[in-house]
Design a protein around this ligand. Structure first.
Ligand code: SAM
Length: 269
């Protein structure tokens, strides 16, 4: 068989795998950057001895552990509290005062919250800034396992290195299982499974965080997603992106950006 037809077969194999994955898990692999995603999947296939994507899919159907490993591998869960501390400091000193200048109770969304480090960081900052207000923090992820962990609010030492001693003492209990978030942090949280590439977006948010998620998406997917976040914000609200992320076409979408990593929906366009 020629190299060309082997490539074609591999392409058909992958295309059919993508269709099955989309039907079974509502996960659109075309939205993810192909080389990195394929490299990660091939490493998984090698470990379980699958020679083709078809075989890998069949193995996954028979073994839930392989299926969970596949979902983890595509969506990747790495996080910590106060990830990129200088950006959270900007949130605290420049963005939150702007928002609190306009209203008392904030509605915030942490999209792609993983095991919760990001929404718990937000909860600390909101409690410090306005402890008597009734904020809501919607924390969503595509991954059930991560959400179940986030709900418990238990973190390990390595995930807490960005948390000051004072905050640690005030907001966490030290237990044999790890650092457990106190009720005051949990109270504003609502956890929900949500696929940002498929599901409906709630509207009216003052602040949306979508950090270190879109790095795995194609430029086209990113652009469409940022437009949806824009539509989800109330006028005057902010979108906060990750430490290595920029929205290239923010002006076309309608955002203003005067603070790095923050994009504001103007009051009028
Ligand atoms: C690297 S973590 C980022 C966690 C946190 N935002 C941070 O910056 O530390 C990426 C998260 O995005 C989630 N994710 C990936 N694709 C998603 C999708 N289509 N919809 C919702 N969440 C998704 C993954 O499950 C994972 O928990």
């Amino acid at each position: 068989m020629s190299a060309g037809s082997i490539d074609q077969l591999a392409e058909l194999d992958f295309a059919s795998f993508k269709r099955k994955v989309k039907a079974a898990y509502s996960l659109d692999l075309d939205a993810y950057k192909r080389p990195q995603m394929e490299r990660r999947l091939r490493a998984n296939m090698e470990r379980c001895g699958a020679a083709t994507f078809q075989q890998y899919y069949a193995f996954m159907q028979a073994d839930p552990k392989l299926r969970d490993e596949f979902l983890d591998r595509v969506t990747i869960n790495v996080s910590e509290l106060f990830r990129n501390p200088e950006q959270f400091e900007t949130l605290r000193t420049r963005v939150l005062p702007e928002l609190f200048g306009e209203k008392k109770d904030l509605s915030v969304w942490s999209a792609g919250c993983s095991y919760g480090a990001e929404p718990y960081t937000l909860s600390v900052l909101l409690d410090e800034a306005a402890p008597t207000a009734r904020h809501t923090i919607l924390a969503t992820d595509i991954d059930d396992k991560m959400l179940a962990r986030a709900q418990k609010g238990i973190f390990q030492e390595s995930e807490m290195r960005g948390v000051s001693k004072a905050r640690l003492t005030k907001y966490f209990d030290i237990t044999p299982e790890g650092y457990v978030a106190k009720d005051v942090l949990k109270r504003p949280m609502r956890f929900r499974k949500h696929n940002m590439l498929e599901d409906r977006f709630q509207t009216g948010f003052d602040l949306i965080l979508c950090r270190n998620v879109v790095i795995y998406f194609t430029d086209e997917t990113k652009s469409a997603l940022y437009q949806r976040f824009y539509d989800s914000l109330r006028p005057g609200g902010f979108l906060f992106v990750g430490g290595t992320e920029r929205i290239a076409d923010y002006k076309e979408i309608g955002f203003e950006s005067t603070i790095s990593f923050f994009y504001r929906k103007p009051y009028r366009n």
